[in-house]
Design a protein around this ligand. Structure first.
Ligand SMILES: [Zn+2]
Length: 348
């Protein structure tokens, strides 16, 4: 089969698309003919290499994908040949203290398809049945592939961890990215006042289209100042930050008293200066969040499948042009998700 792969970490030049040995089945494994995958920033980090990440090479990246079941292994109970499925990338052990307390995303062995183990950006993937969710007939492959990672991440951040309420206000940073554009839609659905930042007028228009009430161009003004102006110096109840070092201080400064900063990533670096005085005096909460539980995945994807939420597609590329997809993410060009299709399925 043909697969996106790399044999060593590095710049976009390490990415290849070519022949890869057929994948072996295992107990409770499902073989899926992949019709579409989607890129996440995680794919860029994995390609560059992360401290402590020791991958079997060549590595197939990709945490998001969707397609048709073509073979089921012994013990598979939830799927059969011909089923339409999407991949949800989180893997937990089921056996540690945290799994046994019903908190799979806190699993001490938590890892992700595509990041720590072989991913799904290939003509076929073989994954455990627990990593699959059903996709209704009316949902197209691009939508099914683009939704799972970012929508479960944003849902857990806002609904479960930050417990955003309908009378509250929320600031979503980087509304043009995958998690950002999911967070804007979810915050709007909850009924909160939604503030969003992006880097261009066009991206801000998109943010408004999908539910932002107020938009801020962070290239032309300090977003914390803009929030102070827009809220009469009150600040917002919740900030969604996946940017990290570059935005941290302004995120704290954007919060109302008793506000919550919820983070799921640090694209610009993990070690910002922080302001402890502001945190204790204003009684702020800093909340971490990662991925989602199977129940959260079911809840949020149900709302994608019924059209309440819509992953925006930035571009659809053949898998042989995966490097171009990474460039779109790294250069922050465009809005929403980059979808990849196996070259053999690209023109279908
Ligand atoms: Zn565990």
């Amino acid at each position: 089969m043909q697969a996106v792969q790399f044999s060593g970490h590095g710049d976009r030049g390490v990415i290849e698309y070519g022949e890869y040995p057929d994948l072996e089945m295992g107990r409770e494994a499902v073989r899926v003919d992949i019709r579409a995958g989607a890129l996440n920033h995680l794919d860029v980090w994995t390609r560059r290499g992360l401290p402590g990440l020791d991958l079997a090479m060549p590595h197939i990246p990709g945490s998001d994908g969707a397609g048709v079941v073509v073979e089921v292994g012994e013990g598979v109970s939830r799927f059969e040949e011909g089923d339409r499925v999407a991949v949800s990338a989180g893997i937990n052990c089921g056996d540690c203290e945290f799994c046994r307390h019903g908190a799979p995303t806190l699993c001490v062995n938590f890892h992700l398809l595509g990041e720590h183990v072989r991913g799904v950006h290939a003509e076929q993937a073989v994954v455990h049945e627990d990593n699959l969710v059903s996709v209704p007939e009316h949902v197209d492959w691009e939508t099914a592939a683009a939704a799972p990672l970012v929508f479960q991440t944003a849902w857990r951040m806002l609904v479960t961890r930050a417990e955003l309420g309908p009378t509250e206000s929320v600031l979503v940073l980087g509304a043009s990215g995958g998690v950002g554009h999911a967070a804007v839609q979810i915050a709007d659905y909850v009924g909160a006042d939604v503030y969003a930042t992006a880097s261009s007028a066009e991206k801000l228009d998109y943010a408004e289209e999908i539910g932002a009430d107020y938009t801020i161009n962070y290239e032309t003004e300090e977003f914390a100042d803009a929030i102070q102006d827009l809220t009469g110096k009150r600040g917002v109840d919740v900030v969604v930050d996946h940017v990290g070092a570059q935005t941290w201080q302004q995120s704290l400064r954007s919060l109302a008293r008793g506000g919550r900063l919820v983070t799921c990533g640090a694209t610009t670096g993990p070690s910002p200066e922080t302001d402890i005085n502001r945190i204790f005096w204003n009684q702020l909460e800093v909340i971490g969040s990662t991925m989602g539980t199977p129940g959260e995945v079911d809840d949020v994807l149900g709302l994608v499948w019924d059209g309440t939420f819509e992953p925006r597609i930035r571009e659809v590329l053949p898998m042989s042009e995966t490097a171009r997809g990474h460039e779109l993410l790294e250069e922050r060009e465009g809005f929403g998700k980059v979808v990849l299709k196996p070259d053999s399925a690209y023109n279908e």
